[in-house]
Design a binder for this molecule. Structure first.
Ligand code: PLP
Length: 386
């Protein structure tokens, strides 16, 4: 067995979900919305199965989806992309990340990662032969610093794997952070793999700024998006990859031998969805923002210290003011005794874990959020968190 995967223990996500099932807890651990997602987009997928082509679609993706992707990102992010040479469709962002690492990393190359990070990153980097070098981000801002980047980059740096907006912190990197990152990538001749799956789920009027849009990064950036997040259909696993032709050529080679393609009906539905009017996207954001506010206000009212959430489906609570110093123990207690499942943010760190932050998913119905708040009120009343 390959030791990189065989040595991995059961993830905290599975542990918490299992405990939530066993105890009947309100599950705010896993990151998916209660809402079934846009009906017209789902209908398009159904129609395409019944009436459409169900054999292998082109390896790079349906031409109409690649065209729709170019039009969508021109409109929303000002990107000029050639659909025939700079856009590829993969089976989820996860395939795109795995493929990009396989295509760009050779054994012994260093890969800069920013912790806390999506749990797939480290095993995939290691399996590609890469050596992870970590930049540790800390609450409440989870921002970059020149010193931290200088410590992580070296002449062996080949790739930077950068997630913005950032799961699990629900933060967005500042313009100064992006300048710093670009500066280090250029100086070290590194490629930035930018996981931007949360780009559309941003609040309070914010607009996502893609690294690929910077002229100085245009030739050294791989942008990765996910229809699952754009349309609140997390099971769909349709990834969109954007990069300049020399990079795309090698990314396509990896995709060719991993999945080769992605279900054509989902591609057709995503092509339709990307062209939806602005109001759809604004409405989706407004709905999630309303849930965020409802849950944040409830938690604040109960005396919890809520960290700012400006994007994603998540909201974090600082448990240090409650006298807690072990987020894993806190989450176990929360699910077993109070009936609410959440995720300890230390699970997203590899090296220098922050142990006093807990992540909740607020992308749920009002009744679900209210039930969780009631149970958390019990915790406060019991004085467990005095
Ligand atoms: C940062 C990040 N990257 C990638 C993914 C996975 O995307 P997909 O489902 O399209 O593979 C997620 C899902 O939660 C995520 O949060």
């Amino acid at each position: 067995m390959n030791p990189i995967f065989s040595a991995l223990s059961t993830s905290v996500f599975e542990v918490m979900s299992q405990l939530a099932r066993e105890t009947g807890a309100v599950n705010l651990g896993q990151g998916f919305p209660d809402d079934p997602g846009p009906l017209d987009v789902r209908r398009k997928a159904a129609e395409a199965v019944v009436d459409g082509w169900n054999q292998y679609p082109p390896m790079m993706g349906l031409p109409e989806l690649r065209q729709a992707t170019a039009t969508h990102y021109k409109h929303w992010q000002g990107l000029d992309l050639d659909p025939s040479s700079e856009i590829m469709v993969t089976s989820g962002a996860t395939e795109a990340i795995a493929g990009a690492l396989m295509a760009l990393v050779s054994p012994g190359d260093e890969v800069v990662l920013f912790e806390p990070m999506y749990d797939a990153y480290v095993p995939l980097v290691r399996r590609a032969g890469g050596i992870p070098k970590f930049v540790t981000l800390r609450p409440p801002h989870f921002g970059l610093s020149e010193e931290a980047l200088a410590a992580a980059f070296s002449p062996r740096t080949k790739v930077v794997l950068f997630n913005n907006p950032l799961n699990p912190t629900a933060t967005i990197f500042s313009a100064a952070d992006l300048d710093l990152l670009a500066d280090f990538c250029i100086r070290h001749d590194a490629v930035a793999i930018c996981d931007e799956v949360w780009e559309h789920v941003v609040f309070d009027g914010r607009r996502h700024v893609p690294v690929l849009g910077r002229p100085d990064m245009r030739e050294r950036t791989v942008k990765i998006s996910s229809a699952g997040k754009i349309f609140s259909l997390t099971g769909w696993k349709v990834g969109l990859v954007m990069a300049a032709p020399p990079l795309m050529k090698v990314l396509a080679k990896a995709h060719q031998y991993i999945t080769f393609t992605t279900p054509p009906n989902l591609q057709a539905a995503v092509a339709y969805g990307l062209g939806k009017e602005d109001g759809y996207f604004e409405g989706m954001r407004a709905d999630f923002q309303r849930s965020r506010d409802r849950f944040a206000q409830g938690l604040t009212g109960l005396g919890f210290s809520v960290l700012p959430s400006v994007g994603t489906y998540f909201l974090n609570v600082d448990i240090a003011p409650l006298g807690e110093s072990d987020d894993v123990a806190f989450c176990r207690k929360l699910v077993m005794e109070n009936g609410v499942a959440a995720i300890p943010v230390s699970a997203f760190y590899d090296q220098a874990a922050v142990r006093t932050v807990v992540r909740f998913c607020f992308a749920k119905r009002d009744a679900t959020l209210d039930a969780a708040l009631e149970r958390l009120a019990d915790l406060r009343r019991a004085g467990t968190a005095a």
